[in-house]
Design a protein around this ligand. Structure first.
Ligand SMILES: [Zn+2]
Length: 250
């Protein structure tokens, strides 16, 4: 095989591998970010519940204080009942007491509601507090694992890059610039295989004379349709004909 042709085939394989590693390497900061966001949200939800619980307890204390104040007023009104002079005053005072007692019941209902809410919050807070350290450890371990993987990818990519640079330096500058130009223009596919007399990149049928030239793999030939560098690989020996023969004989 033409040495330059052999090299551009290898260059294309190396470039594809390098691009794959680069894509993985570039994806990593995003993955780390997403893990850190998970942890941040977990901590944020935990802190928010603690704040809600503190507020809940404050509101319960306020309601309890309100009840005490109202009860003191009720006691005072009940004492005043003995001092009223008229029936109307007596009735008005009773109504006043009823109103105050309704307020007490309303505050008692609110306290009950707050107690139920507090139970729920306390349960969540206990659960999150128990998980917080393990969540932090999990995220730290995953971030570390990702960074180690990234380091591996960077090293592998560097090794490939060294081989790539050596290959690029070993071929004629003209062939290298043709390869580079095609690689940029044809989305990474500068070299295409010929199969069944066709260019596998653009599916155009090659002229027999051109096909014979490519089949020899002894010169750099480009596709007349898409411009890619063409090469030929002998099809595997256990081709469909062999399978067909077997079917026919059985
Ligand atoms: Zn083509």
């Amino acid at each position: 095989m033409h040495p330059g042709l052999k090299t551009v085939i290898e260059l294309q394989q190396l470039d594809a591998q390098i691009a794959e590693f680069s894509a993985q390497i570039e994806l990593l900061p995003q993955e780390v970010q997403s893990l850190e966001t998970q942890l941040h949200e977990f901590i944020h939800a935990h802190e928010e519940r603690k704040q809600r619980l503190a507020k809940n307890q404050k509101e319960r204390k306020e309601s309890e204080a309100e009840i005490q104040t109202i009860r003191a007023r009720i006691t005072k009104h009940k004492d005043q009942l003995y001092e009223v002079k008229t029936n109307e005053q007596y009735k008005a005072m009773l109504k006043e007491i009823e109103g105050e007692e309704a307020k007490v019941r309303a505050f008692e209902d609110r306290i009950l509601e707050k107690m139920l809410e507090a139970e729920d919050l306390e349960e969540h807070i206990r659960d999150a507090a128990a998980r917080l350290d393990s969540e932090k450890a999990r995220v730290a371990a995953e971030v570390q694992k990702l960074q180690a993987l990234r380091q591996e990818d960077v090293e592998k990519r560097n090794e490939l890059q060294v081989r790539r640079d050596a290959d690029a330096a070993s071929i004629e500058p003209q062939l290298l610039s043709l390869y580079e130009r095609l690689r940029r223009g044809k989305r990474g596919l500068a070299v295409a295989e010929v199969r069944d007399g066709m260019c596998t990149a653009c599916n155009v049928m090659l002229r027999p004379q051109l096909f014979n030239e490519i089949r020899a793999n002894e010169s750099v030939v480009t596709c007349e349709q898409c411009g890619r560098i063409l090469h030929f690989t002998e099809p595997p020996t256990d081709a469909p004909e062999a399978a067909g023969d077997q079917l026919a004989s059985s």
